[in-house]
Design a protein around this ligand. Sequence first.
Ligand code: LRH
Length: 497
Amino acid sequence: GGPVAVAAVDLGATSGRVMLGVLEQGRIELLPAHRFENRLAERDGHLCWDVDALWAEIRQGLTEAHRLARGRGLAGLSSIGIDSWAVDYALLGPDEVGPDGTPVPGSGARIGEVIAYRDSRTETVADEFARRVSRQRQFALTGIAQQSFNTLYQLAAEHRLAELPPGSSLLMVPDLLGYLLTGQRRTELTNASTTGMLAAQGHEWSAELLEAAGVERELLAPLIAPGEQLGTVLAPLAAQLGIGEVPVHAVGSHDTASAVLAVPSEGSGSTAYISSGTWSLIGLELEAPVLTEEAREAGFTNEGGVDSTVRLLKNVAGMWLVSESIRQWEEEGARVELADLLEAAAAVPGDRFRIDPTDPAFLAPGRMADRVTAAARPLTDEDEFPRTPAQLVRCILESLAETYRDELHAACRLAGVPLPSRLHVVGGGSRNALLNRLTAEALGIEVVAGPMEATALGNVALQARTLGAIPAEPGALRKVVRESVELGVFAAGVPAR
Ligand code: LRH
């Protein structure tokens, strides 16, 4: 068939974008339609997301994506897909009843703010919750690591549930945006798995965990799998945006699910990846979850992927440590360019300091450079603590590389598979050549870097497959990814310093 144009709405914790994806002759071209910032805002004493601002940016981006498609001689958008960071949710009131006595789709009002997962309200909840359902039992049910920000714990700390009017829903962030576009209330499966309330097997909510968290089953919208159609853009909105009543498809709405779908791996065997952005999610793609006590104790999670795959992975604080440090230096009046900083970090002596980038102490925002400096352990007696931004960044990157090594070895041990000969790094962090070199050196295996826009690419590719423009057979989607991008290769064990 001819070229197909789809829009990917892709929201990260620090920035968002609407991309036009054009699939033509087995290749995807990604064209940025609109990019925007996403910042945490303090509201009602909580760290919140400004979802109204995000929604305004998304509307603008969709209009622009449609225009870009027209500019290339295409009829317009054939589909829209949405992904974002995981675990956070909105509370949505019932649809209003129109003059003809029937509910008006899309008219439900959001109830209160969307509180961000880095907010401190859940700090002690996981321990309290474990007294109701043991940690062992939770993990056996869901396979999800017990991180303080899981939706389950956010809900256990949620004060608004009791006052919700009948007919209200809890919608994950991408599902809220899907509702605003189509008026349909659904819960996309990959993101649902990150709530910590979905059974690891069978794709059903765990009644036991819902009850223990005080969540009514009716609050949760019906599940929808990636590749299913959510609905079409509501007619008045379509007119306003000038895009037509385009179908909206569920994709891997958890950004990490879409990113790992776009890992350019080949052949059989378990794919090893790092989805490198605000977080570094490192692990293996598997066919079944690893629900052992060892996996739980090692802090691994089993997240739901597209096509019923499982991601056995560890959450490691990634570029967040660097970007939050930069934010501190800028607040102090410095002007910092990431590229300059990385160049300086490559030039300073290595192996001086280490931190533990899996430490939950780094979850909250604020004064990150100071916190990393205080946590840094000296490895030599040259210096007590990192004294320059370059030293600090060197410490962060070396610590990340060593953590990647340890966690990938742990994942392989837990899954009972040998260490793969290659590690794929995708996402914005894959541009960090110093970190890629340090990682290849620490692991002694080849590091393949890219695609950088893996999340948007996975989002686009799944829509294209759903439209029949990519064959459904296994491997076909990743072949299209490989045809579409340039990859960087970092040879195993080349010294970084
Ligand atoms: C990355 C991510 C990650 C989750 C975290 C909350 O953006 O979705 O997979 O653990 O945000």
